[in-house]
Design a protein around this ligand. Structure first.
Ligand SMILES: [Zn+2]
Ligand SMILES: [Zn+2]
Length: 95
């Protein structure tokens, strides 16, 4: 059984997929963090903003979620400042 958080996440993913299908949302080619060209995942930093996603490759997406868990963040709310911090950390590490 899905808890409320999972339900929101599912809803957000469906919303993104529907909008890609209707061409309202463009899926870029390259990962926002590492620039790797692959089929990207849309990552939500704030599930209250369903169409604001960052496009990440599966590897970076997994790392972001691991990092968020380590930081004991509630993935439902991540401020712009925290978002920039996490992106910065990943970019510095991949240099
Ligand atoms: Zn990547
Ligand atoms: Zn994600």
């Amino acid at each position: 059984m899905l808890n409320i958080k999972d339900k929101i996440i599912n809803l957000a993913h469906n919303k993104v997929n529907n909008n890609i299908l209707r061409k309202k949302l463009i899926r870029p080619d390259c990962c926002y963090i590492c620039n790797y060209k692959t089929k990207l995942h849309g990552h939500h930093w704030d599930y209250s903003k369903l169409l604001e996603v960052t496009w990440l490759c599966p590897k970076c997406h997994k790392m972001v979620h691991k990092r968020i868990r380590q930081m004991k963040h509630n993935i439902l709310t991540c401020t712009d400042k925290e978002f920039e911090l996490i992106i910065k950390m990943f970019r510095e590490r991949s240099l």
